[in-house]
Design a protein around this ligand. Structure first.
Ligand code: G3H
Length: 492
């Protein structure tokens, strides 16, 4: 077990002697009497508002209203620090991947992908910044005014990622924030915190004191406290809309806070009568169930045309039954334990609600559990008034409804509180083109005959309504963490 006691504040590893919290794996082992219990992975500090204040003070001093060393380093120097950091964590890949796998129960293959995708993201960010720097540190002369146009840091950034991509989605804001000259406070997610232990020394040695400070403790206590100081200039959060709203409100001058938010989604798959069933089933399986459906981009509602519903559901349930369910290190596994029993309880609550209102679990064994291991459940027919129709389940439950008229799925998307993505399956190019034109004004990505997803990471990752604020991508994140500034003079 890893019993982490060090807290990185102002370039120092401060040794924490106060309260700690045990970190358990979603994975259970059985004792001699067959009783299951969660594997204890170690413990982390539960720091409070005093440590949050110390981290904030270190960041404020390092930034020093833009006069600090870090915001004034050249782009090449900041890139060198990030390259140094990246080299150090790549050397510990195996350990970090293992921690991702054990802490959040993500399959080993997907944990490796998360690590490698993060490193690719960092490298792509560096290349993009080199291009941006060349194109933005330039002079323009217009109507007798000569201007040097720059991209300057925003200030102090608070970065927080989610448990489902604890490394990748945290780094997709943290690295752009740092490399653009901002200083960072960073709070690891509740699940996916120990994986930062092998990175502490890399953070400490690669960046100057105060440039990166890590905050532990209970999110609902320390984060509003930091926001309440009014000193955070950019809030970068991948998480829930509720948390984002609360945090924005806790900043005393909400209108001066820049927010980069990746929030909830209820992405629908719309299956037209002429859809290729095999392709549709394949894409809906991975779209809805990769990492147990714990992806904001997962397909969370399937709307299938009445005429092919029976065929689709039969083939879909056959494929669900073939999925590998088990422990994250087992080869080929797709469904693994959920992080905690509360998630299992929520899944059961959603099922009970839908069943109580007339839906059925149509796949044999759907919804069965062994502790946190939850067998995916296909619910049909799901309709307005059931929790699963509108709520983001974020787990291995697939609600399915039918439609006769295309207005029904369009209305579903239009009236949703979310607006991230839609997947359409069909083979009439004219009809798809007309649906795309309508849907792209409701969501930010329409996927044709393929599942919803975030990547490739050079593409914009964004959403309408309650799904996002600001745009993330390799390219957009650099803009999100910087401000266009200029120095102007009259031409003589
Ligand atoms: O949870 C939300 C993630 O952004 C999903 O990313 O589509 O690459 O799995 P992904």
């Amino acid at each position: 077990p890893i019993h982490q006691r060090a807290i990185l504040i102002n370039g120092e590893m401060r040794i924490w002697k106060g309260e700690t919290r045990a970190v358990h794996s979603p994975v259970c082992v059985s004792d001699d009497d067959g009783r299951l219990s969660h594997v204890e992975l170690g413990s982390v500090p539960v720091t409070g508002t005093a440590e949050a204040d110390a981290a904030l003070a270190a960041a404020v001093a390092a930034y020093d209203h833009g006069r600090g060393d870090w915001p004034n380093l050249s782009v090449a120097q900041r890139i060198a620090c990030v390259v140094d950091f990246t080299g150090q964590i790549v050397a510990r890949r195996r350990e970090i991947v293992n921690l991702i796998m054990w802490e959040i129960g993500k399959s080993q293959a997907d944990s490796q992908k998360e690590f490698d995708r993060t490193i690719d993201y960092i490298r792509a960010t560096i290349e993009e910044l080199k291009r941006l720097d060349n194109s933005n540190s330039r002079f323009e002369i217009v109507d007798g005014t000569i201007a040097q146009i720059r991209r300057s840091p925003v200030g102090i950034a608070l970065c927080m990622g989610p448990y489902n991509y604890p490394m990748n989605e945290t780094f997709s804001t943290l690295i752009p924030a740092l490399i653009m000259g901002n200083v960072v406070l960073f709070k690891p997610p509740r699940f996916g915190v120990l994986l930062y232990y092998p990175m502490l020394e890399a953070f400490r040695s690669a960046f100057p004191p105060g440039v990166i400070n890590i905050v532990y403790g209970q999110g609902h206590v320390v984060v509003p406290h930091i926001m309440g100081s009014g000193k955070v200039n950019v809030l970068a959060l991948i998480g829930s809309s509720e948390v984002a709203d609360q945090l924005k409100k806790s900043h005393p001058k909400t209108n001066r806070l820049r927010a980069i938010l990746g929030l909830g989604a209820k992405n629908a798959a719309i299956i037209m009568p002429d859809a290729d069933i095999e392709l549709t089933v394949k894409e809906c399986i991975t779209g809805a169930l990769s990492f147990n459906g714990q992806r904001c981009t997962a397909i969370k509602m399937i709307l299938v045309h009445q005429s092919i519903a029976e065929t689709f559901l039969r083939r879909f349930c056959e494929e669900v039954a073939r999925l590998a369910i088990g422990m994250p290190w087992e080869p080929g596994v797709m469904l693994t334990p959920l992080p905690e029993m509360e998630m299992v309880a929520y899944m059961n609550e959603c099922i009970a609600d839908a069943v109580g209102k007339g839906a059925r679990v149509i796949n044999p064994g759907g919804g069965a559990t062994v502790e946190t291991l939850f067998y995916p459940a296909v619910l049909f027919p799901v309709s307005e008034g059931m929790k699963l129709y509108r709520e983001e389940q974020f787990g291995p439950i697939i609600p399915v409804a039918t439609f006769e008229d295309i207005e029904t799925p369009l209305d579903y998307v239009i009236t949703s509180d979310h607006g991230q993505q839609v997947a359409i399956f069909g083979s009439d190019p004219g009809q798809i083109a007309s649906l795309v034109d309508t849907l792209v004004n409701q969501v930010c990505r329409v996927n044709i005959n393929c599942q919803c997803q975030r990547g490739p990471d050079v593409f914009p990752f964004v959403g309408r309504k309650d799904s996002a604020e600001g745009t993330l991508s390799v390219h957009d994140a650099l803009r999100a963490f910087s401000i266009r500034t200029m120095v102007a003079a009259k031409q003589t």
